[in-house]
Design a protein around this ligand. Structure first.
Ligand code: RIB
Length: 317
């Protein structure tokens, strides 16, 4: 499965954030103040993370979105370019660049508050321009950190033009039935799957039930990520469990973005379903062993080394 410039193109239409990260022993309860151990800023945003994840693995990726005409925006644009992401449709707007306030505890768990800022300026016109400029339809990746109207327009316009439409419904918000019916693959985590279906998702059996509900609602396929418990894929023909890759997690922020970016890169390169799911699980596990979201995303060589026997990896870490 060589991922290269001849793979199908990936277009991400989504958010670009600067992450403001505090580390602490434990996450604060509502109303509580806890002492932090450290602070830093780092590139983030689910759209940008997924774009960078796929590009770092060798895929041909464009990102359409909005950043402010400010220092954060300039730094984020430069970082995406350095990762090999085409930023031709990354607009500079008057609003400040989106930010995410992230607390990470000693066990690698996080709490995130996202402030959309410039991301709120993503609109149908930007979607249309980005789709029109693409040389050929490929995989279209969408998330919920830009306005619902822009996501809805991208789903419809992408499907009309023959793109394989993937929606990562994060953060959780309702997906109208008419839109779900135009989505080729929906990729929620357990919390988002529960919010979308109204069913609790605690384990693989729950995930299977939730995936059936999503397919009954019109989605062609569902891929539910379950953190340390792996993932579940379902389409009209197959149900497949993805075994977790056990690692000592340092920071799980962006692990879902790593998983989806890697899955898209592998599928765009013609990888089989099983191959692509295994590759994505390894990439996500590897990213959870490192701090940060974007900073933690692995290269292709790192994922291959991680998976190969005899190296520091899932079986002998
Ligand atoms: O998925 C992780 C991302 O969520 C962070 O980078 C943060 O920006 C938020 O968008």
């Amino acid at each position: 499965m060589p991922i290269s410039a001849s793979s199908r193109p990936i277009l991400v239409i989504g958010s670009v954030n600067m992450d403001l990260i505090a580390t602490c022993d434990r996450l604060p309860a509502p109303g509580e103040t806890v002492a932090g151990a450290g602070f830093r800023t780092a590139p983030g945003g689910k759209g940008a993370n997924q774009a960078a994840a796929a590009a770092r693995l060798g895929a041909r990726v464009s990102l359409a979105g909005c950043v402010g005409r400010d220092a954060f925006g300039r730094r984020l644009r430069a970082g995406l370019r350095a990762d090999g992401v085409d930023t031709m449709f990354l607009r500079g707007v008057a609003e400040p660049t989106g930010t995410a306030l992230i607390a990470v505890d000693a066990a690698g768990r996080n709490q995130i508050v996202v402030v959309p800022g410039a991301n709120a300026r993503c609109d149908a016109a930007l979607v249309d321009r980005a789709l029109a400029a693409a040389p050929a339809p490929g995989l279209l990746l969408l998330q919920h950190e830009i306005p619902p109207e822009a996501v809805a327009h991208a789903v419809r316009a992408g499907a009309d033009r023959g793109w394989f439409v993937v929606l990562n419904p994060a953060p959780a918000r309702a997906v109208p039935a008419a839109l779900l019916a135009r989505i080729d693959l929906i990729v929620p985590n357990e919390t988002e799957a529960a919010a979308l279906t109204g069913q609790p998702v605690r384990d693989r059996r729950d995930a299977e039930a939730a995936a059936r509900t999503l397919l009954a609602g019109g989605a062609r396929a569902a891929l539910i990520t379950l953190g340390a418990a792996g993932a579940l894929y379902m389409d009209g023909a197959a149900v497949r469990f993805v075994d977790p890759v056990p690692v000592r997690a340092v920071d799980t922020t962006g692990a879902g973005d790593s998983f989806l970016g890697a899955y898209a890169a592998a599928r765009a390169a013609g990888g089989s379903l099983a191959e692509s799911l295994g590759f994505a699980a390894a990439a996500a596990a590897l990213s959870a062993t490192r701090p940060g979201a974007r900073e933690a995303l692995p290269t292709r060589a790192e994922v291959e080394q991680f998976r190969s026997p005899g190296t520091i990896g899932p079986d002998n870490d």
